[in-house]
Ligand binder design. Structure first.
Ligand SMILES: [Zn+2]
Ligand SMILES: [Zn+2]
Length: 178
């Protein structure tokens, strides 16, 4: 079974979040999730002027790790990608690495009372979404499909946790090809 490495960096969310996330991701992609211990040095990926991490640099950094299988970086820090002001996550399409941030998934970010369950729901959806990209999936027109594009937390709330049947078949085929 393929390994899925969850790699924390600048992660200030409660302990236990990553094992819980890994457990939620295992059945969708038939992977065995493990948390990489020890901090990853991502200092070179920080844009100090913006105060955000550059996702392209992060994905390159994650792929330098000796671990085999899929690699998902998880952070509480804010992310950006070239022309976009921010992104919640980013992945190598059809590749091994993805990154996802909880920064914009917290209700407090929008002046609302904390809702840890909602934050975790959003994190699962975005992690499945980015790992879907790793499996070659592009954005899906089905608004309930987890591969539907979402640029804000409220968009994430509107979609489900699951791949639609079309996306699910594509992932199964990609796995079959090895
Ligand atoms: Zn996407
Ligand atoms: Zn779909």
């Amino acid at each position: 079974m393929t390994a899925l490495w969850l790699v924390p960096f600048e992660l200030h969310d409660p302990p236990g979040l990553l094992p819980w996330l890994g457990h939620r991701l295992e059945p969708t992609f038939r992977v065995q999730a493990r948390v990489l211990e020890g901090p990853l040095d991502v200092a070179a990926c920080l844009d100090k002027r913006r105060g955000q991490y550059d996702t392209r640099a992060l994905l390159t950094r994650l792929l330098e790790l000796p671990e085999q299988g899929l690699i998902l970086g998880v952070t509480s820090a804010d992310l950006f990608l070239s022309i976009f002001t921010f992104v919640i996550g980013e992945a190598c399409l059809g590749g091994r690495a993805a990154v996802v941030s909880t920064y914009r998934l917290h209700e407090e970010r929008y002046g609302l009372p904390p809702d840890p369950d909602r934050m975790r729901d959003r994190l699962v959806k975005e992690a499945v979404h980015e790992l879907g990209h790793c499996h070659g999936l592009v954005h899906c027109g089905d608004s309930r499909c987890v591969m539907h594009a979402s640029s804000a937390a409220e968009d994430v709330d509107l979609k489900g946790y699951e791949l639609c049947s079309t996306c699910h078949r594509s992932v199964a085929n990609a796995r079959g090809r090895g």
